[in-house]
Design a protein around this ligand. Structure first.
Ligand code: GLU
Length: 482
């Protein structure tokens, strides 16, 4: 294969975008961007029972959220369209008819009951179920008789006469015995193509140069490679990426971890963190760097560094990567992503202080679903003191400190800033002989109800003079009431 790289992601719209498929999309996208090639999106919706428009919409939306933009495909167009298989029926029929005319395929009138009986017999005998060849050599008059009876045939490809050898870019040479392939169906009796047939016709006509997809498609590749040879199309290069498994090497299951992009979005992962983490599932940076921006991923991505062994999904690591992205991304990006999380918890994301609040708390965040809890102290909502915080403010010296601090802050005017607050705290503390923990803990407890959190001076600045004074007084007053 020579010429510019053309790769595709070909989802079946039968549910959310699964993490395994998202990783396949990402590898194709990274490869295309690295090679300055073309990334194509093709919707494989020939399974009319399971495919839905709603799934297609969700998958496209998740791809856009991940930033995996496509150069050709639904909504974008391109010279090799249409890009939905359901709109390409005529193209598949034409190809099937060509194979029929060339004698490489034949029409099959066998009933489902007969085929099922054959399959059952093979299973009982412990052999691979294969078409028994009943319609392989029908005469023209036999065919016409079936047609007269109104039987709509399937179209089957004649089985190969030699083994099929797939040269995979990641797995090397994989040989499939010819006995593994019978005369398989390429067009169903209702005219719909089978998956393998549609994929080959589309990949060939769309001039796909590299087929990058998960390892569980290898048996399909055996069929597809044979189809290429029968259709006389040039083979693309194949790269089968290993599967993503759970920590204990079992299948990734919904019960134990997030399995879709949709779930990660809702849990508050940034798209840059998800693509960063997914890239590391099966690929590694040449200098073993683990926190990578999208540009760095594009710059370094290479199929040679894709591993042949299964990649284990690790939630903790995903959170760790997300924490980095939350801290290191431009504030505007984090603020935009944070808004819906604040809004749905009832905290006004349009408050003028919101960006500064997010900037202050993002250090301690590993997912945005924890944001509401972190920003709560900055809003005017009643909060209970945590037990340890309660203990600090219930001490006599604390009460004195908080009262004095409130008075000194009330004596001044204008916007409270961190420097003024810290100076006031220090001076009241030294008057009472308090320093270190004895000074900071009760103050933080009074201001936020907690004993841990972001820098105290900045916290006070964001709360503003009025809130700081009233919270100090409330904490001091509570104690007096006891
Ligand atoms: N529609 C197939 C799937 O979702 C695509 C496989 C392929 O990439 O050829 O698994």
């Amino acid at each position: 294969m020579t010429g510019p790289v053309r790769v595709r992601f070909a989802p079946s719209p039968t549910g959310h975008l699964h993490l395994g498929n998202a990783r396949t999309a990402l590898f194709n996208w990274l490869f295309a961007r690295h090679e300055e090639g073309t990334f194509i999106l093709r919707v494989e919706d020939t399974d009319t029972v399971r495919s839905t428009d709603e799934s297609e919409r969700m998958i496209l939306d998740d791809l856009r959220w991940l930033g995996l933009d496509w150069d050709e495909g639904p909504g974008v167009g391109g010279e090799f369209g249409p890009y939905r298989q359901s709109e390409r029926g005529g193209i598949y029929r034409e190809h099937a008819e060509r194979l029929l005319a060339e004698g490489k395929a034949f029409t099959c009138y066998c009933s489902d009951e007969r085929l099922e009986k054959n399959r059952k017999r093979a299973r009982d005998e412990g052999t691979v179920p294969q078409y028994d060849g009943t319609c392989r050599h029908l005469s023209e008059s036999e065919r016409r008789a079936y047609e007269r009876d109104g039987i709509r045939p399937t179209i089957r490809l004649r089985a190969p006469e030699a083994n099929i050898i797939v040269e995979d870019m990641i797995r090397g040479r994989v040989e499939f015995g010819k006995e593994m392939l019978g005369d398989f169906i390429i067009l169903r009796s209702d005219g719909r193509p089978t998956y393998n047939f549609a994929v080959v016709v589309d990949d060939a006509l769309m001039k796909i140069t590299h087929v990058i997809r998960a390892e569980d498609h290898l048996p399909n590749t055996m069929r597809q490679q044979f189809l290429y040879s029968r259709l006389g199309y040039e083979l693309p290069l194949f790269a089968h990426v290993s599967l993503i498994v759970a920590q204990d090497r079992s299948k990734l299951s919904k019960r134990r971890a997030a399995t879709s992009v949709h779930e990660l979005r809702r849990a508050g992962f940034l798209p840059s963190a998800v693509t960063n983490y997914l890239a590391l599932l099966g690929w590694s940076h040449p200098e073993a760097k683990e926190i990578l921006s999208r540009e760095e991923l594009v710059g370094a991505f290479n199929l040679k560094r894709v591993s042949a062994s299964a990649a284990a999904f690790d939630d903790d690591k995903l959170e760790w990567v997300n924490g980095h992205h939350l801290r290191e991304s431009p504030l505007s990006v984090v603020v935009a992503a944070a808004k819906p999380f604040a809004g749905s918890a009832g905290f006004d994301p349009d408050d003028a202080r919101f960006p500064a609040i997010v900037d202050l708390v993002r250090d301690g965040l590993d997912r945005l679903s924890n944001l509401p809890e972190e920003i709560a102290p900055f809003y005017d909502r009643e909060f209970d003191l945590e037990p340890e915080a309660e203990e600090w403010v219930s001490q006599h010296e604390s009460r004195e400190l908080l009262g004095a601090l409130a008075d000194s802050l009330a004596a001044a005017r204008g916007k409270l800033d961190a420097a003024e607050f810290k100076a006031a705290l220090k001076s009241q503390g030294s008057g009472l002989g308090l320093k270190g923990k004895g000074l900071f803990m009760p103050t933080r407890a009074a201001l936020t109800g907690r004993t841990h959190g972001p820098a105290l001076g900045s916290t006070a600045e964001l709360l503003g003079r009025k809130r700081v004074i009233s919270r100090c007084r409330a904490a001091a007053g509570n104690v007096e009431k006891q």
